[in-house]
Design a protein. Structure first.
Lengths: 230, 248
C-alpha cells in the first residue's frame, strides 16, 4: 500500500508552516546593514536599536532644539558644552547593565556586545548629525556644533565600526576610532588654540565642571550592576 | 567532558562568591542546588562567559573561554537563561527569539525554522505573535527558555528555570530537560529540590561558595540515612543533612 496522509508528520509540517508565517522579513535598511556589516545579528541589533525608534528620535530633536533656543537666548554655547556628556549619559542609560534589559544575555552571545554598542553608537551620532545638518539649513547657529562635534564623532564611530568589522574585534575598532579622533579633530583644535577654551574662558568653567560631574553621577548610577547579580 | 572546572574562584570586592570549585560534566542534566547566596548564580555566570573567573581554570566544550576566538566559538554553542530574564517589551515572542538566534551567529537561513521549533517546544505557539509586555511571568520564563535552546546548544545553562511556572508547566519543562540532556550538557541551577529529583542524573550542592556534595540524586537522598535532618521529601532531607554536615 502506498504512503497515505496518515504517514505525514503533522508536527514537522506545522513547524515548516510556522517558520514561514512567523518569520520577519528584513527591510531594506536591515538588508543593507547585513551587507555592510557582514553580520545578520549586528544588522538586527542596529535596526532594533532605540536610536531608530520614534520616541528616541523625538527626544533627541527636543534636546537639540532646547539647546539651540537656550544658546540663542543666553549666548552661552550650551549644546557644545553638554553634547559630550549627553551622548555618554544617553548611551550609558540605554545600554548599561542596570538599564538595558537584555544586558546579561548580551554578554553571553557570539556577536560581541561591544560590537553591538559600536553599531548603536554610530546610529546615535549619525542621527544627531543628520538632525544637526537639517538644523543648519534652517539656521547657521548650529553649524559649529554640527561640523565641530557631531559630524566628526559620526566619522570617528564609522571608522571604529569599519575597523572592528574588518578586524572582527571591537577593541581594535575603538582604538582606530580614538586614534582617528585624536589625529583629525583634537590636533586641529589644539593647533587652533581652541582645545583649552573651555578651561580658559571663565564663563565656561563652572557649567563645564557641573555638566561633567552630573554626567559622571548619571553614568555611575546607570551602569551600576543590579543588586543580586554580583 | 563539556564542562571542566578546577579550583575556580570569583571574588566581588571582599566577598568570595565562589571559592575553589572543581566540577566536571558531560552530556546529561546536571543539577546545581544550594541555598540563596551559595554562589550558584556566580558559577553559572562564569560558565556562561558573562563574567571572568578571579582564579582557577575553566574549560567549556573543550575550549578556554579566556581567548576571544574560543570564547566566540563557545558562545555559538551555548544557551543561557539568566536568573532574571531581561526582555524588550515591544518585541513579539518570535522577534525576541529570532533576535538572539541572529546574535548567536546562527546562519540566517536556518533561523526561521529554529525559532518556530524553539517556540513550539516551550508550548508558546499560540502566543508567537504576542508582545512580550502582554505575557504572564510563566510565559516570559518560557520565552527565555526558547531563546536559550534556539541554537540547539551543546551546553545549556539555566538559572532558576522553573521560577514562575505552574505545576503543569513544570512537569512539561522537566520532560523537555530530559530530552535536551540526551545530546547536550544541561546545567540547571535551582533551589527547588524536586526539580533535581525529577530531571537530573547528577547533582552538586553548593554552600558558601564551595561544592559540598556531588553525586546522583539517590546518593544525596541516602545522605539523610541515620540523621534527623528535616524535610518533607527524602531528597530534601538529604539536602538538609549535607548542609548541616558541611556547616557542622
Amino acid at each position: 500500500m502506498s504512503g497515505g496522509p496518515q504517514d505525514v508528520d503533522l508536527s514537522r509540517v506545522w513547524l515548516g508552516v510556522a517558520a514561514q508565517v512567523w518569520r520577519r522579513e528584513p527591510g531594506r535598511a536591515e538588508r543593507l546593514a547585513r551587507w555592510l556589516l557582514r553580520s545578520p545579528g549586528l544588522a538586527r541589533a542596529l535596526v532594533t536599536t532605540p536610536s531608530l525608534l520614534l520616541g528616541w528620535v523625538i527626544a533627541t530633536a527636543v534636546v537639540l532644539g532646547a539647546g539651540m533656543v537656550a544658546t540663542w537666548g543666553t549666548g552661552t554655547p550650551f549644546v557644545p558644552l553638554i553634547a559630550p556628556a549627553l551622548a555618554a549619559a544617553g548611551i550609558a542609560y540605554a545600554y548599561g547593565p542596570g538599564i538595558d534589559p537584555a544586558w546579561e544575555l548580551s554578554r553571553s552571545l557570539a556577536v560581541s556586545d561591544r560590537m553591538v554598542l559600536l553599531v548603536r553608537g554610530l546610529a546615535v551620532f549619525g542621527l544627531n548629525a543628520a538632525l544637526g545638518l537639517a538644523a543648519c539649513a534652517a539656521s547657521g547657529a548650529v553649524a559649529a556644533v554640527t561640523f565641530g562635534w557631531l559630524l566628526p564623532m559620526t566619522a570617528a564611530c564609522a571608522l571604529a565600526l569599519a575597523v572592528a568589522t574588518v578586524a572582527r574585534s571591537a577593541n581594535a575598532g575603538v582604538a582606530a576610532g580614538l586614534a582617528g579622533w585624536a589625529i583629525t579633530v583634537l590636533a586641529g583644535r589644539a593647533s587652533a588654540g581652541q582645545f583649552t577654551a573651555v578651561l580658559t574662558d571663565s564663563a565656561l568653567v563652572l557649567p563645564y565642571l557641573a555638566s561633567t560631574a552630573f554626567c559622571g553621577i548619571v553614568i555611575v548610577a546607570a551602569t551600576r550592576l543590579p543588586k543580586g547579580t554580583s | 567532558m563539556n564542562v571542566e572546572i578546577s579550583g575556580l574562584t570569583r571574588r566581588f570586592g571582599r566577598t568570595w562568591a565562589v571559592s575553589g570549585v572543581d566540577l566536571a560534566a558531560g552530556p546529561g542534566v546536571f543539577g546545581l542546588l544550594g541555598p540563596n547566596g551559595a554562589g550558584k548564580t556566580s558559577l553559572l555566570r562564569m560558565m556562561a562567559t558573562v563574567i571572568p573567573p578571579s582564579g582557577g581554570t575553566l574549560r567549556l566544550l573543550g575550549r578556554d573561554p579566556g581567548g576571544y576566538g574560543p570564547r566566540r566559538e563557545i558562545r555559538r554553542r551555548l544557551g543561557y537563561l539568566p536568573q532574571s530574564l531581561g526582555y524588550y517589551p515591544g518585541f513579539t515572542v518570535t522577534e525576541f527569539v529570532e533576535y538572539f538566534a541572529l546574535l548567536k551567529d546562527m546562519p540566517p537561513a536556518a533561523v526561521p525554522a529554529a525559532v518556530a521549533a524553539a517556540v513550539e517546544r516551550v508550548e508558546l505557539g499560540g502566543r508567537a505573535r504576542a508582545k512580550l509586555r502582554t505575557l504572564s511571568g510563566g510565559m516570559l520564563r518560557r520565552v527565555g527558555i526558547a531563546q536559550a535552546i534556539v541554537n540547539e546548544p551543546e551546553l545549556l545553562l539555566l538559572d532558576e528555570p522553573t521560577a514562575g511556572l505552574d505545576p503543569e508547566q513544570r512537569v512539561a519543562f522537566r520532560a523537555l530537560l530530559r530530552d535536551l540532556g540526551q545530546h547536550a550538557t544541561v546545567v540547571v541551577s535551582t533551589h527547588l529540590v524536586e526539580d533535581v529529583g525529577a530531571a537530573c542524573g547528577q547533582v552538586a550542592l553548593m554552600d558558601q561558595g564551595k561544592i559540598v556534595f556531588q553525586g546522583t540524586p539517590a546518593e544525596l537522598t541516602a545522605r539523610a540515612d541515620g540523621t534527623t535532618a528535616s524535610g518533607d521529601a527524602p531528597l530534601e532531607r538529604g539536602y538538609s543533612a549535607v548542609l548541616a554536615q558541611s556547616r557542622g
